[in-house]
Design a protein around this ligand. Structure first.
Ligand SMILES: Cc1cc2nc3c(=O)[nH]c(=O)nc-3n(C[C@H](O)[C@H](O)[C@H](O)COP(=O)(O)OP(=O)(O)OC[C@H]3O[C@@H](n4cnc5c(N)ncnc54)[C@H](O)[C@@H]3O)c2cc1C
Length: 384
């Protein structure tokens, strides 16, 4: 088989990239290990304005169900009260604060579009068994012995990229010495579509409103604060009630509680010959600002820009070198920003605690500063 591009992994990033490349009239073969399995993991995403515009451009936003537009974002430092609050609302900026979307809704919208696209072929339950780049092109053999010849291969396999293992490409890690607990809750008092983040000394806790009476929760806990009693399924709702002063009424767990170690990383390379890394395959960040998917979409926007502006021949080995250089710097900076916020907000020091509170109070009064923060978040933490 011959194609212009192979994409390995049909998560949100793989399918979005395929649609974006197809709009450039490129033929794409998507190779996916197990689509059904990936669909079963239902994550909740905070989507920025930049990502939303990208989804509009590939024509999937209007067909995605249950999009919740945020009316505000309330950040609390240590205590859940007015004195410790920084609130960002739509009125503070000319654009929206963000959107909350379930991965199953966005995945099914993407899949429908991919299935209809004549430039995209989908190989499910398949993996790449071997790779050869010696001819100047990529020759890949799949686990069911299909030989594919292509100009480039994009690894969009998520954090455990098999391509990186095959090519011995390692990661530069941030160990947060923390666990994340992810689950959904139903609550009786309405949340008015406001997202919340409480920075406790044990780590940040994010509340993403899925509807007026339910939140998706990401609770990060420093390992030294892990107390199995408090953070297990029988006690977590009481814990949330306590830290929010009963603001959300009665709380009940509506999904399983999933726990994993929090690790951030950047791939030491984003490009190896004609193989490129995109999305979680190239980088992973702390979930405190809900940026993982948004950074992956920024990768695709940059690939798109390169293809629009690059005057080189598409076959040229250096065609995507600019992507690899620029995104590596941008994603490293994003990871460092989140690492800095996580660190500074978890330090217990009287002087620093006072300084943070007074800075938050100053920002709270400054329309200009709030607008800048919203703009930066909506630009997926990029300064460019
Ligand atoms: C708890 C949690 C909350 C999050 N919240 C947010 C948020 O609010 N906002 C946000 O922007 N981001 C968020 N993220 C990050 C976000 O989930 C990821 O950045 C995003 O899913 C990455 O998408 P991806 O397509 O790169 O990888 P994945 O979603 O992991 O998809 C990878 C795909 O590749 C396939 N695959 C893997 N290996 C192979 C192989 N060898 N061969 C073929 N196929 C393969 C998999 O089956 C899968 O379909 C969150 C992450 C977590 C863990």
């Amino acid at each position: 088989m011959r194609t212009d591009l192979i994409i390995v992994g049909s998560g949100i990033i793989g399918m979005s990239l395929a649609l974006s490349l197809s709009m450039k009239k490129k033929k794409v073969i998507l190779v996916e290990k197990n689509f059904f399995n990936n669909l079963r993991v239902n994550r909740i995403y905070a989507i920025s304005e930049k990502t939303k515009i990208f989804f509009e451009n590939i024509d999937i936003w209007d067909n995605t169900e249950n999009i919740n537009t945020l009316s505000g974002m309330n950040l609390f430092y240590r205590k859940f009260n007015q004195e410790n609050l920084l609130s960002l609302a739509k009125k503070d900026s000319c654009s929206n604060i963000g959107y909350i979307v379930q991965s199953k809704d966005i995945m099914s919208s993407l899949k429908k579009k991919v299935e209809k696209d004549e430039n995209i072929s989908f190989l499910d339950n398949s993996e790449i068994k071997s790779l050869d780049e010696s001819s100047g092109k990529v020759t890949a053999v799949t686990s069911d012995n299909k030989k594919i010849e292509s100009e480039y291969l994009f690894s969009c396999e998520g954090i455990n990229s098999s391509m990186k293992k095959k090519l011995s490409i390692s990661n530069i890690y941030d160990n947060y010495n923390s666990k994340a607990l992810v689950f959904n809750i139903d609550h009786t008092a309405r949340n008015n579509n406001i997202a919340y983040q409480i920075f406790l000394k044990s780590g940040p806790i994010a509340f993403l409103p899925i509807s007026e009476n339910s939140f998706s929760m990401v609770v990060s806990i420093k390992n030294r604060y892990i107390d199995e009693e408090k953070f297990d399924k029988d006690n977590i709702c009481e814990y949330i009630k306590n830290i929010t002063n009963n603001k959300f009424g009665e709380i009940k767990l509506s999904t399983k509680l999933i726990s994993f170690d929090l690790i951030g990383f950047d791939s030491e390379k984003y490009k190896h010959g004609k193989i490129l890394f995109v999305g979680d395959s190239a980088h992973s960040v702390h979930p405190l600002a809900g940026m993982g998917l948004n950074l992956g979409i920024s990768d695709i926007i940059e690939l798109d820009r390169v293809m629009k502006e690059n005057k080189n021949n598409f076959e040229n080995n250096n065609y995507f070198s600019g992507y690899a250089r620029k995104q590596r710097i941008i994603n490293k900076k994003a990871r460092q920003q989140l690492k800095f916020i996580e660190k500074i907000y978890s330090i217990e020091n009287k002087f620093l605690n006072k300084f943070i509170l007074s800075s938050m109070a100053k920002i709270q009064k400054s329309q200009f500063a709030k607008e800048k923060i919203i703009k930066h978040a909506n630009n997926n933490l990029s300064f460019f």
